[in-house]
Write a protein that binds this ligand. Structure first.
Ligand code: SF4
Ligand code: SF4
Length: 198
């Protein structure tokens, strides 16, 4: 008994799909495909004409990292943890002392946006909720120096960052069960002297 074998399927094999009538002309399949396309023509369009049209992204989106400002001052206490955790070594800072309650602040804080990989590790390790991933994704540079963002471009008010801060608190609280975490500005003071005064 001879059976012709094509693409590993024996013609005599009962499992082979047999087409009848219109199926042989692929008409049902063509109509099905056309119906699918027509249905999508009338659906709400999701394409945005970027960059003319900006995209609103949710709080879960990780845009460029920025420094959170509380009452006009950055929360950062220049502990250096974010710089240690940053895989591509994009963060650098110079700590200095101040007479206000938190005593330390970053005199210089820079993020090299050509190095940043938007991993969010800096945000995760910061004990002060002082650096978070902002909703900003739309920026460009004309030279390499331009890509190094200093405090003037990094500081952003906490109200602008509220959706992200709320999102982070919610994510954290999921690990704590009943206990709810809220940012306490008093935790931003780091000396015995200041704790006693406050
Ligand atoms: S981890 Fe937070 S507080 Fe520490 S240097 Fe970085 S941004 Fe500042
Ligand atoms: S998002 Fe990641 S790569 Fe970018 S500055 Fe933070 S830790 Fe570094």
């Amino acid at each position: 008994m001879s059976t012709e074998v094509k693409h590993g399927v024996s013609r005599g094999d009962k499992k082979e799909r047999s087409l009848h009538g219109g199926g042989k002309l692929y008409i049902p399949a063509i109509l099905q495909g056309m119906m699918f396309s027509i249905k999508h023509v009338f659906r709400k369009k999701v394409t945005k004409m970027y960059p003319e049209e900006k995209i609103e992204l949710g709080a879960e989106f990780r845009g460029r990292p920025v420094l959170v400002a509380e009452n006009g001052t950055e929360r950062c206490v220049a502990c250096g943890l974010c710089a240690r955790a940053c895989p591509p070594l994009a963060i650098s800072m110079q700590a200095s002392e101040t007479d206000d309650q938190k005593e330390r602040f970053p005199e210089r804080f820079e993020i090299d946006m050509l190095r940043c990989i938007y991993c969010g590790f800096c945000e995760e390790v910061c004990p002060e909720e002082a650096i978070v991933m902002s909703p900003e994704y739309d920026f460009n540079f004309t030279d390499r120096k331009d890509a190094i963002m200093g405090k003037d471009r990094l500081i952003m008010d906490k109200e602008v960052l509220k959706p992200r801060l709320d999102f982070l608190a919610k994510k954290r609280n999921a690990n704590y069960g009943e206990e709810q975490y809220t940012y306490d500005p008093a935790n931003n003071y780091h000396t015995l002297r200041n704790r006693k005064d406050s």
